[in-house]
Design a protein. Structure first.
Length: 106
């Protein structure tokens, strides 16, 4: 018998079931329900407004140039510039944090 099988057998022998008499169902029913998607919509609107202002003030070309430099350096097996890496990681971080915030906003 392997160690994993022994542990599984031991946990099965120590298992204790307690009747909850509908407690779990009652707790789930009393949890607040999300009634509106307004917080997510406001957050996405603010993010898109921020992107639009950034592109309007800075323009798209510096960002495209940095990303092109990153791809070019990696494709030629060279070390990319710090600005290119920072631009890429900043974009990934913004997208990730925005997605997380939208998913968890109540």
């Amino acid at each position: 018998m392997t160690s994993e099988q022994e542990w599984k057998k031991w946990f099965e022998s120590q298992r204790a079931d307690f009747p909850d008499e509908g407690f779990s169902r009652n707790v789930a029913r009393r949890l607040p329900q999300r009634k509106s998607m307004l917080p997510q919509a406001v957050m996405l609107l603010c993010v898109f407004a921020g992107f639009a202002l950034t592109f309007a003030i800075q323009g798209v070309m510096p960002i495209i140039e940095h990303l092109y430099a990153l791809v070019s350096a990696v494709s030629q097996l060279q070390i990319p510039s710090a600005a290119s890496v920072a631009t890429y990681l900043g974009g990934v971080a913004i997208l990730g944090l925005t997605g997380f915030a939208v998913a968890t906003t109540e």
